[in-house]
Design a protein around this ligand. Structure first.
Ligand code: 4AD
Ligand code: MG
Length: 430
C-alpha cells in the first residue's frame, strides 16, 4: 500500500510504502536510523540488520543525504517522537542517489542558505514555517468567507499609486508607463461599492531600499474593504481576524510550532479585544521611555514600535496618526481634522506593524482637494474620484502583511524565511 507520512496513523501495524527523501541518518553495525521526509512530514525508519536482507541493510548504510527512495515497512507507535510513529523498514528501493548535497546537518551562514533556497526549503524548520504560512492562508479564506466577504482580485499592473510614489516599481505597458501594484486597495474600494464586503489576497511590490527583518520587496497582502463600516467597527474585524489566525495556527499546526520551539503562551494571548492607544498617547509613552527627540508629527520607526509594544502583552492598535504621515485617502477625524481615522496594529516581540488600515474619505470635494495637494493629476485617478460621486458611503479597510504575520505567529525572526523565494534589496536569486 503506497501512502504518505501524514497518513501513516491510519496504517498502524500494517505494511506500507512511502516515497521520500533521506533527510538524515545514523547507523552502527547492527542498526540504521533513517530520518525520512516526503513533503507531508518527517518519520524515522528503523533498519535492523538481523531482520532484513543483507542487501537492504547495505543500501540503508550507504544512503546519502537527499537521495530519493521508496521505503517499505511496518508502521508502529513511537511515544518518544513528537510525531508518534515510526517505520520498521523491510525494504528500500533507491530511486536516485544525491551526491554531495550542499546543505549538511552542520551550521551554515544565512547567505549560503539563501543562495540555496531552492534546497533549503526541504529542511525541517523551513517546512514548518511554510506549513504555518499555508494554514494562515487557509484560515484567511475561511474567516472572510464565513463573515460574508467576497474575494476580489485587483490588478497587478496599474496606472496609479496607492501608497505614495517613492517606492513604485515602474514598467513599460506598450506605449504607456505602468507600475506594479503596491496595494489593491483603490480597486477594492470600487468592489466594496459593488459587493459590500470584499477581500483580496495577492502579491504587492515596494521598491523600498529597506534592509530590515520586516521588509520584502515583493510580499503578499490580505486586504479587506467594507462598505457601511466605520473606523471603530473595522478595528473589531481586525482583532477578530487576528485572533482567529492565532487560534487556527495553534489548533492545526501543533507539530510545526513544536519544531520551531514557539512559545505557545504568546500565541494563546492573541485574543480580542486588543488595547487601543492614540498616536498622542504613543508619543507620551516614548518620551517617558527616554526617546527625548521624538516630537508630535514624527513617524515611528522599528525601535519606537518595539518600545511601545513592550508595555502590552497583546498586539496594540495605535490610532489617529497625524494626517501628514499617512496616505491621501484617509478620512480626517471630524473632531480633530489634523489627525486621521486610522490605525496600525503593532505586534509584540519586536515584530512591528502587522496591519495598516483606515476609514476612507467619502466626500467628493475633500477627495478632490487631496488630489490637488498630493499632485494626483491626470486621468488615471478619475475613476477613484467617481466612487465619491455616485452613492458614496462611509467605508473602511485594512491591509495585513502575510509574511510579517507568519514571522510573528511562527516566531521566526526575519521575514525572508516566511516566503518561499524572497525578493530582497540584494536578492533576486534563486
Ligand atoms: O501599511 P501599508 O503600506 O498599507 C497599505 O498598503 C494599505 N493600502 C492597506 C489597506 O488599507 N488596504 O501595508 C499594509 C501592511 C503592513 O502593515 C505590513 O504588514 C505589510 O503590509 N507591509 C510589508 N510587509 C513586508 N515587506 C514590506 N516592504 C511591507 N510593506 C508593508
Ligand atoms: Mg503602514
Amino acid at each position: 500500500m503506497k501512502t504518505t507520512i501524514i497518513q501513516v496513523k491510519d496504517y498502524l501495524n500494517q505494511e506500507v510504502t512511502i516515497g521520500g527523501w533521506l533527510a538524515n541518518k545514523r547507523s552502527s553495525g547492527k542498526i540504521a536510523f533513517l530520518q525520512l521526509r516526503d513533503g507531508t512530514g518527517f518519520i524515522q525508519g528503523v533498519v535492523v540488520k538481523a531482520e532484513v536482507d543483507e542487501e537492504v541493510f547495505e543500501t540503508a548504510k550507504g544512503l546519502t543525504q537527499e537521495s530519493s527512495v521508496y521505503v517499505t515497512g511496518t508502521i508502529v507507535e513511537d511515544t518518544r517522537s513528537p510525531f508518534g510513529f515510526e517505520m520498521q523498514v523491510k525494504n528500500i528501493e533507491l530511486i536516485h542517489e544525491a551526491i554531495d548535497y550542499p546543505i549538511t546537518p552542520k551550521e551554515h551562514g544565512t547567505e549560503f542558505l539563501m543562495d540555496h533556497r531552492h534546497l533549503w526549503l526541504r529542511s525541517k524548520k523551513q517546512h514548518a514555517v511554510m506549513k504555518i504560512r499555508n494554514e494562515i492562508i487557509r484560515a484567511t479564506y475561511q474567516f472572510f468567507n464565513d463573515n460574508g466577504f467576497i474575494k476580489i482580485d485587483p490588478p497587478i499592473l496599474t496606472a496609479t499609486s496607492a501608497e505614495g510614489t517613492t517606492d513604485l516599481f515602474h514598467t513599460e505597458y506598450f506605449d504607456q508607463e505602468a507600475y506594479l501594484s503596491q496595494s489593491g486597495q483603490l480597486y477594492l474600494e470600487a468592489a466594496a461599492m459593488a459587493f459590500g464586503k470584499v477581500f483580496s489576497f495577492g502579491p504587492t511590490f515596494r521598491a523600498e531600499k529597506s534592509k530590515t527583518r520586516r521588509h520584502l520587496i515583493e510580499f503578499w497582502m490580505m486586504e479587506p474593504e467594507m462598505a457601511f463600516v466605520d473606523h471603530d467597527e473595522s478595528l473589531e474585524v481586525q482583532e477578530n481576524y487576528m485572533s482567529y489566525l492565532a487560534e487556527s495556527v495553534l489548533k492545526n499546526c501543533a507539530l510545526e510550532l513544536n519544531t520551531l520551539e514557539r512559545d505557545l503562551d504568546k500565541l494563546k494571548n492573541i485574543k480580542a479585544p486588543f488595547p487601543r492607544i492614540t498616536y498622542d498617547q504613543a508619543i507620551e509613552i516614548l518620551k517617558e521611555k527616554g526617546f527625548d527627540d521624538i516630537e508630535w508629527g514624527d513617524d515611528f520607526g522599528a525601535p519606537h514600535e518595539t518600545a511601545i509594544a513592550e508595555d502590552f502583552d497583546k498586539p496594540v492598535f495605535i490610532t489617529h496618526y497625524p494626517a501628514e504621515l499617512k496616505a491621501f485617502y484617509m478620512k480626517p477625524d471630524p473632531e480633530r481634522p489634523e489627525v486621521v481615522l486610522c490605525a496600525d496594529l503593532i505586534a509584540p516581540e519586536g515584530y512591528g506593524e502587522i496591519i495598516g488600515g483606515s476609514q476612507r474619505i467619502d466626500d467628493f470635494e475633500l477627495m478632490e482637494e487631496r488630489y490637488q495637494s498630493h499632485n494626483l493629476t491626470g486621468d488615471s485617478y478619475q475613476w477613484y474620484l467617481e466612487l465619491r460621486k455616485y452613492g458614496s458611503v462611509p467605508h473602511s479597510g485594512f491591509g495585513v502583511g502575510l509574511e510579517r504575520t507568519v514571522a510573528w505567529l511562527s516566531g521566526v525572526k526575519h521575514v525572508r524565511e516566511t516566503i518561499p523565494f524572497p525578493r530582497l534589496l540584494n536578492r533576486l536569486y534563486p
